[in-house]
Ligand binder design. Structure first.
Ligand code: SAH
Length: 356
């Protein structure tokens, strides 16, 4: 049997690339539009579904191209708010998690950008096993496609805040954004796409130059380098001031307001002094702060801030005229903390493998 790795990943080809590729196998250009529509609008999962193509062409496509799809392994549905968390299997057997959140204004999905992560944030479950590999553009696309297919409703918002650091998988991530927002594909508005980064400065600056209008969210989590480095090893590589300058640059270039994420950990970064320092840091910026009560993971002893401390923290920012919201918790009964589902799944299968 021919190995899949020798075939071209058809879902990762833009329409122009697909046209060029079909030409090399002796097919007419106009076929590209039909095939692209099957893949990216009708969300076909096999060449056989492409019924306006001849049987011969479908067979030929299957022999030349790999059609990357993710498949549902597990699903957890919140009884509180209808949020659904999925564990998807990738073609090579790795797993990633995604979340579907239903709001009044539409369906929002949270997708992963890598299998695992190498950034090492102390409170995050995704990073505990390190990085396995980057996701391909086609895999990121199919996370969204699969969620749309499974929900039966149109996806209107995407946040790239699942497992992984998108800026550490920059090219695949940028291509994903271009393709998912393309008029020939699902045509999801770039304004409804948010990417979250722990602050890889050169990539943030590069992103500012891409001509995209997506929202950039920065994982800040501390108001100074001394505290930040204790919970985010990436702060050893990039100074906070450089990270904030890169955010300013992104705003300057795109006109998109930066969203600063701040996970509140009891007794670590949730004091009034931290809130005041954060206010000084962000004062006057056109930005938004998202406070996230930390989701404790069993591997670390970080605790969630008390309701009082969260409210005080918010009040201090508001007094300084900083836009701030406390992240509404979705799916708290289905263990929606980043990376926890995948971690519990891989732990479980490892135990099974050892027992066998
Ligand atoms: N690597 C990217 C995106 C993934 S995480 C980044 O660092 O931004 C998305 C957000 O969830 C980040 O702000 C991250 O710091 C935060 N996060 C991760 N684990 C968390 C936890 N257990 N509790 C609260 N927030 C968490």
């Amino acid at each position: 049997m021919q190995s899949n790795t020798e075939k071209i990943d058809i879902k990762a080809l833009t329409l122009e690339e697909l046209k060029a590729s079909l030409k090399t196998i002796g097919e007419k250009e106009f076929r590209a539009k039909q095939i692209y529509e099957w893949l990216h609008v009708k969300l076909a999962r096999s060449f056989d579904e492409m019924t306006n193509l001849s049987k011969e062409l479908r067979t030929k496509l299957a022999s030349e191209y790999e059609l990357v799809c993710v498949t549902e392994l597990e699903r957890y549905e919140s009884k509180i708010d209808g949020t659904v968390k999925f564990l998807f299997r990738l073609p090579d057997g790795n797993v990633v998690e995604c979340v579907l959140m239903k709001y009044h204004h539409g369906n929002s999905v949270c997708i992963s950008s890598q299998v695992g992560c190498r950034m090492g944030c102390r409170f995050c479950a995704s990073t505990l096993g390190g990085l396995t590999r980057n996701l391909r553009t086609s895999e990121m696309l199919d996370e969204v496609y699969q969620l749309q297919r499974l929900s039966g409703e149109r996806v209107s918002n995407i946040v790239i805040m699942g497992t992984g650091e998108p800026m550490d998988n920059y090219d695949n991530f940028v291509k994903f954004v271009r393709m998912i927002s393309s008029l020939d594909g699902l045509n999801i508005s770039q304004r409804n796409i948010t990417v979250s980064t722990c602050g890889l400065v050169p990539k943030m600056r590069a992103l500012a130059e891409e001509g995209l209008s997506i929202t950039l969210a920065l994982s800040l989590h501390a108001p100074n380098d001394e505290e930040r480095v204790k919970i985010m090893p990436v702060a050893n590589s990039y100074k906070l001031q450089d990270v904030l300058n890169a955010c300013d640059y992104y705003y300057e270039k795109t006109g998109r307001r930066i969203s600063y994420e701040y996970s509140l950990v009891d007794g670590v970064n949730d004091t009034a002094a931290c809130a005041k320092e954060l206010s000084r840091l962000l004062k006057g910026k056109n930005c938004h702060v998202n406070l996230i009560p930390v989701n404790p993971i069993k591997e670390r002893d970080y605790k969630r801030s008390t309701g009082n401390n969260i409210q005080n923290f918010k009040n201090i920012l508001e007094k300084n005229r900083i836009n701030v919201t406390i992240r509404r918790e979705m799916g708290s009964d289905i263990n929606a903390a980043c990376g926890q589902l995948r971690k519990s799944y891989t732990d479980k299968t490892m135990v099974q493998e050892v027992e066998q």
